[in-house]
Design a protein around this ligand. Structure first.
Ligand code: ADP
Length: 500
């Protein structure tokens, strides 16, 4: 068994990836394939469910071919996926009745506003831990039932199935045998009650969705189904499933209460493990299920920064101030500080804890002495400042301090940024050896279920830090910087205007 591999399928928003992990948790092969995005109208985002599946299968085949192994060398399959994206298909034909409606799709925003006006916010937030938003699956399912000819009738007759992408992949991999999901994906649908840990009948009534459409919910690390023999020649168990951010958190081994991970990608996705308590936020962070393992449920607080690494993209592609993302590290270090420049990249408004959709970006403090280095440095600092604000909001909500921050994602490669983050938070920032936390988490869940790894402790012991950043600057200095940051953020807010 220990000589075998775990195959992790990481079905992301823009690409499908497959990664083969060995018993030491090391990557042995990896393949990635992008697929098409459709934007039929402003604010609409769709994908072709068949292409999601075929791209995922083709990268799985690619890693098996790269390793030159027979697929009976795969001990188990783990699945992680873009969350909330909604697929409805016909149980008899296995064919989708409409394209996948992607989490970014805003077509149901007006309906969400209407629900808020009708006073549903409290009921829905209390039950689901989520804000009423088009982001989550419920209103997307309703849209399909209301707008695809014959869909509602077919649903009432029990002919239609709903699933997030994990369900869709398992349905296909099992040749239509399994209609399942895991608890972390379920908790992003806005139909799942995070207290009772079941689909909620009242929510189903509000959204007018027949219960017969829903998949059965399972814990994250258990036997789900096996491959049917259509694509794989062996029957391989699928035994680990989790939504991408939850999988990343597990891949980072943030398994104790108070541990936090930040994924520095296009945006920053921050999650705090709050143990067996569903902590309610006073700062409009989301409460969500992290995972269910060995009979226990772990909850998390979640907050995102809209523009993280994307500010670096903008420097490169938008104003062409830099040639590549990695060179920002050297440029930032070429100046002693940001020369008084504060950059608030509120390109698409500001999220938690400011919550202002109308806020717009600002580069403040420009003088004759301002250089390219100052602006680049201020852009990187802004990624850390914004993450700081979310993390502090989490600490307030949770009532305890973070011990360390575990990081992954493309921009986590930037040493300047990581050091600056450690200084701001006055805590340790740990960057792991395997930066593919998302697929690693799915592999861990799958491997634990089949005894490939004995227990979580074994994994925790083998999980390795590549580099730890510790705070070097004094708290007084940081407080001064933070005050300047918050003053500038206030200037960008449109909501209340600003006050000095
Ligand atoms: P996503 O999964 O959201 O596409 P990735 O985790 O691949 O994102 O990270 C890519 C983002 O990180 C891009 O926005 C890019 O500008 C930024 N980035 C990549 N490398 C660096 C670097 N060395 N320093 C700063 N930012 C970086």
């Amino acid at each position: 068994m220990k000589k075998k591999y775990i195959l992790a399928l990481d079905q992301g928003t823009t690409s499908s990836r497959a990664v083969l992990y060995d018993h030491a948790g090391k990557i042995r092969a990896m393949a990635q394939k992008e697929f098409r995005q459709f934007f039929p109208r402003p604010g609409w985002v769709e994908q072709d469910p068949m292409e999601i599946y075929s791209s995922q299968i083709s990268v799985a085949a690619e890693v098996i071919a790269q390793m030159e192994i027979h697929d009976n060398m795969i001990a188990a399959i783990g699945i992680t996926n873009q969350r909330e994206t909604t697929i409805v298909w016909n149980r008899n034909t296995g064919k989708p009745v409409y394209n996948a409606i992607v989490w970014q799709d805003r077509r149901t925003a007006d309906y969400c506003d209407q629900l808020k006006k009708e006073g549903f916010q409290k009921t829905i937030t209390d039950k689901t831990g989520l804000e009423i938003d088009a982001y989550f699956s419920a209103t997307k399912i309703k849209w399909i039932l209301d707008n695809v000819a014959g869909a509602r009738r077919a649903a009432k007759n029990g002919e239609l199935a709903f699933g997030t992408v994990d369900s869709w992949l398992m349905w296909n991999l099992s040749n239509g045998k399994a209609h399942l999901t895991d608890i972390s994906n379920a908790s992003r649908t806005m139909l799942f009650n995070i207290q009772t840990l079941q689909w909620d009948n009242e929510l189903l009534r509000i959204f007018d969705i027949p219960a017969s459409m829903l998949p059965e919910i399972k814990p994250n690390s258990t036997f789900f189904t096996d491959t049917s023999g259509l694509i794989f020649s062996s029957k391989i168990p699928i035994s680990g499933v989790a939504g991408d951010q939850q999988a990343a958190m597990f891949g980072q081994m943030c398994i104790h209460q108070g541990m936090v991970k930040n994924t520095y990608g296009t945006g920053c996705f921050i999650m705090m493990n709050t143990g067996n308590k569903a902590v309610r936020s006073k700062n409009r962070l989301l409460t969500t299920v992290a995972w269910q393992l060995n009979g226990g449920t772990t909850y998390a607080l979640e907050g995102s920064v809209f523009v993280g690494g994307a500010v670096v993209q903008w420097l490169r592609d938008g104003i062409k101030l830099i040639k590549s993302a990695p060179e920002t590290e050297k440029i930032a270090l070429s100046v002693e500080n940001s020369g008084g420049i504060i950059f608030v990249p509120a390109f698409t408004g500001l999220g938690a804890p400011h919550w202002d959709q109308q806020a717009r970006g600002m580069i403040y403090g420009i003088t004759r002495g301002t250089t390219r280095g100052h602006i680049v440095r201020a852009a990187l600092e802004a990624i850390a400042y914004q993450s700081y604000d979310v993390i502090k909001a989490m600490e307030q909500d949770a009532g305890f301090f973070i011990e360390n921050l575990r990081v992954d994602g493309g921009a986590a490669a930037n040493n300047f940024l990581m050091q600056f983050q450690a200084d701001l938070l006055q805590t340790k920032v740990q960057r792991p050896l395997v930066l593919e936390s998302t697929s690693l988490g799915a592999a861990y869940f799958a491997g634990l279920a089949v005894g490939f790894w004995e227990n979580v402790e074994e994994i925790e012991n083998q999980w390795q830090v590549e580099k730890t950043f510790t705070a070097k600057r004094k708290p007084e200095e940081i407080n001064k910087d933070m005050a300047a940051w918050h003053e500038t953020v206030a200037r960008t807010l449109q909501k209340q205007g600003y006050q000095l």
